[in-house]
Design a protein around this ligand. Sequence first.
Ligand code: PA5
Length: 470
Amino acid sequence: MFNEKLKIRFDYNNMMDKFVGVKEGISDEDIANNEQFAINAFNTFESIRGTGMTGWADLVNYNEQEINDIIKTANDIRKNFKNFVVLGIGGSALGPIAVFQALCHLHHNDLPDDKRNAPKFYVEDNVDPERMVALLDVINVEETMFNVITKSGSTSETMTQYLIINDLLTKKLGDNAKSHIITTTSSSKGNLIKISKKEGYKTYYIPDSVGGRFSELCPVGLLPAAVLGVDILEFLDGAKYMNERCSSGDLSKNPALMSALLSYIALQRGKNISVMMPYADGLKYIADWYCQLWAESIGKEVDKNGNKVFAGQTPVKSLGVTDQHSQVQLYTEGPFDKVTTFLAVDEYRKIVKIPDGCEDIPDVNFLCGHTMNELIQAERVATEYALTVKNRLNRTIYLPILNAYTLGQLLFFFELETAYMGEMLGIDTYNQPGVENGKNATYALLGRNGYDQKREELNNAPKKLDKYVI
Ligand code: PA5
């Protein structure tokens, strides 16, 4: 039932002392000594799976009726709209961006209409006024479907964008404006659901048990993906395959559990930074998506018992080969505070040959006859080697090819790794008090009702001193 040929592989050789030396490396004994600890984390997660905020883990058992409805809606949009714009931020934006980059043409929006098989796609995940104006310079709202995505239904950024777009649509289209807006939000909480009901918008629901950064496999990610022509059933099946592979606490079989344990041991030994380095432009924004998942889930002041732990590992994105010429110097010779995860693809979806030329210059001509595919693979292997000989922990996740099935596996791998890591650290993986605090401060600054206390808190904060501004 699962496609073994498209199985992604987790290679952790270069995390081990045999390869990076005994001082930095993790030994077989370290893993054996922590086996029960990992099993406990696995069991704790399994015991809460599907409850509280872990509903994301059950999204692989999708509701067929809802998926069919998404596909039907997406097909209508593909036929009737030139542009599809997501209004959302954080977990309501990073997944759609990552999937777009991974599974569509790398210059999708620039393709001529007859070569682009889906609407142009934009994700507006900021409130920079210049960007809003820039968007409106390149789209005609009358030819555009807007998907407003916010679980809480109250995030200032997204609701601001909604207000601007709705105003514009209403001025141009009157009552027909509502056929240009689809909302994706909580069915029970927040303002967007109220607005959606009042206006009669087509609405998809984000289950209450699924947090923003874990929401790519629900309508948050599935509708934009389907609009882009992604086979969302393959995507979900890929995730299901990873779920199946991670269904036991056996470290030798469960790649996400092994990955979490290695991350945990590395973190205990001062590896405070996790570098995500894909060697494929298609995977570039998976690094952004991962950064949010890892940072917001693992970065916590207190553990589940309220003890101050200041847990976390700072995620950093990097792109192979581009950042070899920018960051790899630091990674190979700087502080021993990082673990690098390479994302590799066995087979790129295109092959580009390097033609003959420069016959009189052997130092250039040696490239001729090779392919860009060979070059990028050689550079990845070379960087992996450069890190390893300098005793720098690194690991590689191989995708046989980048498609919906392997991408589904990859995203679910990271979600599970994050869940296990959270249990190992004994923290609440699914809350984000730091983010909420910033959101509340914004509400207070802009005069939202009910935020007087926060406003007072901000007013009483120490005033900045001119002497420190030069
Ligand atoms: O992961 C999270 O919960 C957050 O990053 C949210 O996705 C982000 O703050 C946006 O929230 P909302 O979807 O409620 O607008």
